[in-house]
Design a protein around this ligand. Structure first.
Ligand code: FE
Ligand code: CA
Length: 524
């Protein structure tokens, strides 16, 4: 592994050097065209390397019963690629592409960073497919994807994982390699796919951001390209379709609606948000319906997996009001109850409750960014995290009351953001431990953010003491694997002992289940 990693690191360093040196490019360009566009460049007098337009890998996402979205982004195209560079794509029923079932042409548009989004239709439900692209005489790596089960059907088993928070500097993406090996039917990413900070100066960083904090389209494009060059991350994308929803660091730490935590005014911040959203769209297999219009992007959406699971994907950043009482952790305060305070916005809240009410699914999974259960912590002074649902009790009370009164089938919230693992019962009234449990929250740890971590931490001990609805805490890195059947959803907390060195093993630290018809988590 480390040999391969060293090779890839050297490979990408030399590729980066070449990108800065126009002379070899011009010199070898004609040779490249003669050999079908695959450009061989001698890097720094050492080994010859291929320049390759698919350096960022391939991905698929937004699985439906009859199709998926395929993605790639072309880099280092020969000569002047023009406004639209031609790309061919293929979808096959086998990994050797002997049985190609769909193929077509697409244009990698300069205005979208030469990204490619293909919405494939006409596939069969609930099965694996393989896909690849051809451009500039080169062929992309092969990705595996999987369509959703047919409407009305309930597969015996559906395995998915959820993951979040992958600070590039704080650890290796070993967890993504393990995730790829598990071949899940779906990966749900809950945000902090990039971090917007400049290069850090801690002494335990495994690698550095290669540019200052992005604020422009070019800046965000560069940050995604840096993250997406990681081979383990590429492997996880190539192993399964993803559903992605951003949190704060895709734009700026703790942003809220049209507010930001820096000194930018509203208009400059919305311009920055537009740049961040465009770069985000350019780097994910999102549907056309999520193409940003300026600073606005439609990111909350529903995906159905037969009648087994409905995935309600939330956007808890774009429509929220400013965090109350100064944000971060604060004692309970009047600002939490201000008129109009909201984390979802009223339209998204209506959409969510309507989608739960009409859901045909046995399990209703909410893909959610920030902690939903109450998280009271402290010693003398007890505080709440105002950036989480705790800062917006009106929206949370509305949802909890709805779950209690309307009883949608098996609501389970999956959450990212905190860089720690948590299992919580969702209560109709968090101030009363004996109030009915109305749902379950599984909050997953980071893949790398916050570094190695440990099994226990003072935060966990303290929070467990103040919040009787919280049942489990762990502060190591990894992801959560969910095994879903009509009878139960089992969540396996997959953790690694370290991420600041490569090749950590992975193990299940704890498993909890939500039995059909019984809200709340039970340890297995
Ligand atoms: Fe994070
Ligand atoms: Ca976050």
């Amino acid at each position: 592994m480390s040999t391969r990693r060293d090779f890839l690191a050297a490979w990408s360093r030399s590729a980066a050097l070449c990108a800065l040196a126009p002379l070899p490019f011009a010199q070898f360009g004609p040779v490249a065209r003669a050999s079908g566009g695959r450009i061989r460049v001698r890097a720094g007098g050492s080994a010859a390397v291929d320049r390759f337009p698919f350096e960022l890998g391939v991905a698929s996402g937004e699985p439906a019963a009859d199709g998926v979205v395929l993605w790639t982004r072309l880099l280092d195209l020969p000569g002047d690629p023009g406004a639209g560079f031609p790309v061919r794509w293929e979808v096959a029923a086998d990994d050797g592409f002997r049985s190609v079932v769909r193929r077509g042409r697409a244009a990698a548009l300069a205005e979208l960073g030469h990204s490619v989004h293909v919405e494939v239709e006409g596939l069969e439900p609930g099965r694996d497919y393989w896909y690849r692209f051809h451009a500039a005489g080169a062929t992309s790596p092969v990705g595996r994807t999987r369509t959703a089960p047919a409407p009305g059907t309930r597969p015996e088993r559906f395995d998915f994982v959820f993951v979040s928070c992958q600070h590039y500097e704080r650890g290796w993406y070993t967890g993504f390699r393990h995730m790829a090996d598990e071949s899940p039917a779906l990966v749900v990413h809950l945000g902090d796919y990039i971090y917007e900070s400049g290069p850090g100066d801690r002494d335990d960083l495994v690698r550095l951001h290669d540019a200052d904090e992005p604020r422009t389209l070019d800046g965000y494009r560069g940050r995604y390209a840096l993250y997406k060059r990681d081979p383990d991350l590429q492997a996880a994308h190539a192993a399964a379709p993803w559903v992605f929803t951003p949190d704060d660091h895709e734009v700026d730490n703790d942003w809220a609606g049209d507010h930001n935590t820096e000194e930018l005014g509203r208009e400059p911040f919305l311009a920055r948000r537009a740049a961040a959203f465009q770069a985000m769209y350019e780097h994910f297999p999102l549907r056309r319906t999520s193409l940003p219009a300026g600073p606005d992007a439609q990111l909350h959406r529903r995906l159905d997996f037969g009648s087994l699971m409905r995935l309600h994907v939330l956007d808890t950043r774009q429509y929220r009001t400013l965090q109350p009482c100064g944000g971060r952790r604060q004692p309970p305060c009047a600002g939490q109850y201000a008129e109009g305070a909201t984390i979802l916005g009223s339209r998204q809240a209506d959409w969510l409750l309507d989608g739960l009410d009409r859901s045909p699914a046995r399990y209703n999974v909410l893909a959610n960014q920030v902690f939903m259960a109450r998280l009271l912590e402290g010693e003398e002074e007890l505080t709440l995290p105002m950036d989480k649902w705790d800062g917006y009790p009106a929206d949370r009370n509305r949802l909890m009351t709805f779950l209690h009164e309307r009883r949608p089938s098996n609501p389970v919230v999956v959450t990212g953001d905190l860089h720690t693992n948590w299992v919580s019962d969702l209560k109709s009234d968090f101030e009363r431990a004996d109030s009915p449990t109305v749902g379950t929250e599984f909050a997953g740890t980071s893949i790398s953010s916050s570094g190695d971590g440990a099994d226990t931490a003072p935060q966990g001990e303290n929070a467990l003491g103040h919040n009787p609805h919280i049942k489990f805490f762990n502060a190591q890195r990894g992801y959560v694997r969910c095994r879903l059947s009509a009878a139960r959803l089992r969540a396996d907390f997959r953790i690694m002992p370290f991420v600041t060195r490569p090749d950590a093993p992975i193990a299940t630290r704890a498993s909890y289940v939500v039995e059909n018809g019984i809200p709340g988590a039970q340890q297995t």
